[in-house]
Write a protein that binds this ligand. Structure first.
Ligand SMILES: [Zn+2]
Ligand SMILES: [Zn+2]
Length: 198
């Protein structure tokens, strides 16, 4: 799981260099023990491009919490539904803008002038491989787990890239929920607060 880390004492955006403001972020990971969600993460939000970044020590602590190598008391335990990804038969209208994507890590879309269109990782340049992946999507106050998503994955840095149709579909599910008949059995989800981590 990769997330941009802000660099420099001025808290400028690692993507575009614009000024950032303080915000509160969330992260989730699908582990063998179920899904772990970390909330209340001190986050820098870029005022220009919307990129979210964490300071290096924050990013390291979030990774420990997600992996379970550092403990925090559970703020809540829940069962969340697992959905099998399937594209809509109707493609989005060509000029439609995908709804805002809640899951920052999954927001990479390839465009024709992008190195990802040639199958190369946008971040490190390695050749990406087609792979079926799973992810956790969040709405305002809810989470859903989605499996069976077609992606290209960078073997070097782990970054995932979705094509336009898949990105649009996931963003639509994030905004309005997946079709009810696509729900599978539920998976345990443990929610912890960054603020209570030891
Ligand atoms: Zn920016
Ligand atoms: Zn890469």
């Amino acid at each position: 799981m990769s997330h941009p880390v802000s660099s420099g004492p001025d808290d400028s955006c690692p993507d575009c260099g614009a000024a950032t403001g303080a915000a509160v972020g969330r992260a989730a990971m699908w582990t063998d023990r179920g899904i772990v969600v970390v909330e209340d993460i001190p986050t820098r939000l870029c005022e220009a491009c919307g990129e979210q970044s964490w300071a290096a020590d924050v990013a390291a602590r979030v990774e420990q919490l997600l992996a379970g190598s550092c403990q925090a008391p559970a703020a809540a335990e829940a069962l969340i539904p697992v959905f099998s990804f399937r594209p809509d038969s109707d493609r989005p209208p060509p000029d439609s803008t995908p709804p805002a994507f809640a899951d920052e890590d999954e927001a990479c879309v390839s465009s024709p002038d992008d190195p990802t269109a040639a199958g190369l990782c946008k971040y490190c340049g390695a050749a990406t491989q087609p792979q079926v992946v799973r992810t956790v999507l969040s709405g305002e106050r809810w989470w859903i787990a989605v499996e069976g998503i077609p992606a290209r994955v960078c073997p070097a840095c782990g970054e995932r890239f979705y094509d336009e149709q898949t990105t649009w579909q996931l963003a639509t599910w994030t905004a309005s929920g997946p079709p009810a008949d696509a729900a599978q059995p539920q998976i345990p989800c443990r929610i912890v607060s960054f603020a209570t981590a030891e």
